[in-house]
Design a protein around this ligand. Structure first.
Ligand SMILES: CC(=O)N[C@@H](CCC[C@H](N)C(=O)O)C(=O)O
Length: 376
């Protein structure tokens, strides 16, 4: 099988990153490619910007699902690559261009070389937010085509090419977005006593939020609160009437998420009193933890350990989030990390994964699905 086109395809997809549910060019690109494949065994359905492709098996007893996410991030690319993003302020900085090209490689392989079982390829929008997996599970297509097992991969910049890193059970954290809007009273920079400065309130709140992880969460448990963006004010000599904090919460334990949120509420209520302001909290999108089915993951690990072209690494859980967790809540399966050796990590403007990983992933996953989809 000629794999080179999939690195080329990755480069083309890399140039057109689009954010969640706005993946219109990406959808068209994927559809154009899919419609060029042998149609005999394929059935295609679309859902918003997402796509389902069923590949009929020769003698199906079950359906194996393979999911790839398709959205990019609102990050300005700084790789300097000749095939860098052509979409201003947008970048495939989480590897979804890799995920899509690997899925197309697998689809190409199985549309030409069917196995006994049916396959369902899921090209899912909006993984970075607001979340496509949960509503996609309720779509007509997925109510009709519900895989018996499902798998997906995520690129891992920190591991060398050739590494497959995975673990049974909990792999990724529970997540919740966090948006806090503050409203005080603006005014002249020289008359602070007549105002309620929301830049000061926002700065104080960022510091207070960090005490939740350090002082309210058991040190043997794990949680993250990251404020990734602060906006507020208008100009250098005007006191800010409003400010907005945008962030994310991660916990390994679902109960800890509840505790963290109740502490955020308490601190924000205290801020309202202390800084004489109004505050509104919005938790945006929440993702269920990624929990790998023990039996299937163990079997995949054994399969991977026996394969010559890849190296198995038994990893620990990570505080990343993934709405694939919703699919794994309903369908047994697993997600694994694919090593892509990049100096810069996920969500970095200079992320530059090694394309050799594309061929490795297509071959390894094709071998695994073939083994799994032909078992008696
Ligand atoms: C693998 C990965 O990086 N996933 C994202 C998912 C983001 C979910 C949501 N927008 C949030 O920020 O909570 C991640 O940031 O972990």
């Amino acid at each position: 099988m000629n794999i080179y086109p999939f690195a080329e395809i990755r480069r083309e997809l890399h140039q057109i990153p689009e954010i969640g549910f706005k993946e219109f060019k990406t959808h068209q690109y994927l559809m154009d490619y899919i419609l060029g494949l042998p149609p005999e065994r394929m059935e295609i359905k679309t859902w918003k910007t997402g796509i389902f492709v069923k590949v009929k098996g020769r003698d199906p007893r079950k359906m194996i699902g393979y999911r790839a996410d398709i959205d990019g991030l609102p990050i300005k690319e700084e790789t300097g690559l000749p095939f860098a993003s052509t979409h201003e302020e947008h970048m495939h900085a989480c590897g979804h261009d890799f995920h899509m090209s690997i899925a197309l490689g697998l689809l190409t392989h199985f549309s030409n070389n069917p196995i006994d079982d049916d396959l369902l390829f899921i090209f899912q929008p909006a993984e970075e937010g607001p979340g496509g997996a949960e509503p996609m599970l309720k779509s007509d297509a997925m109510l009709k085509w519900k895989p018996d097992i499902i798998l997906a991969l995520h690129i891992a910049p920190e591991y060398p090419v050739g590494t497959i890193a995975v673990k049974e059970g909990l792999l990724f954290a529970n997540t919740s977005e966090l948006f806090i809007d503050l409203k005080g009273k603006g005014g002249h920079a020289a008359y602070p006593h007549e105002t309620r400065d929301m830049v000061i309130a926002a700065c104080s709140l960022v510091g207070q939020l960090q005490t939740i992880v350090s002082r309210n969460v058991n040190p043997l448990d794990s949680a993250v609160i990251t404020v990734g963006k602060i906006t507020g004010g208008t100009v250098q000599n005007v006191i800010a009437e409003t400010a907005r904090l945008e962030g994310t919460i991660r916990t390994l334990n679902p109960e800890t998420m509840i505790k963290v949120k109740s502490r955020i509420k308490a601190l924000v209520e205290g801020l309202e009193v202390g800084y004489e302001c109004l505050a509104e909290i919005d938790y945006g999108a929440m993702y269920h933890q990624v929990y790998n089915d023990e039996r299937l993951t163990k079997e995949f690990m054994e399969f991977t350990e026996a394969a010559a072209e890849v190296h198995l690494h038994c990893c620990t859980e990570a505080m990343t989030g993934e709405d694939f967790g919703y699919m794994l809540k309903e369908i047994p399966g697993f997600m694994f990390w694919l090593g892509v050796s990049s100096e810069f990590g996920l969500h970095h403007s200079k992320l530059n994964p090694d394309e050799k990983a594309i061929e490795i992933a297509i071959n390894h996953v094709a071998n695994y699905i073939t083994y799994k989809g032909n078992e008696a």
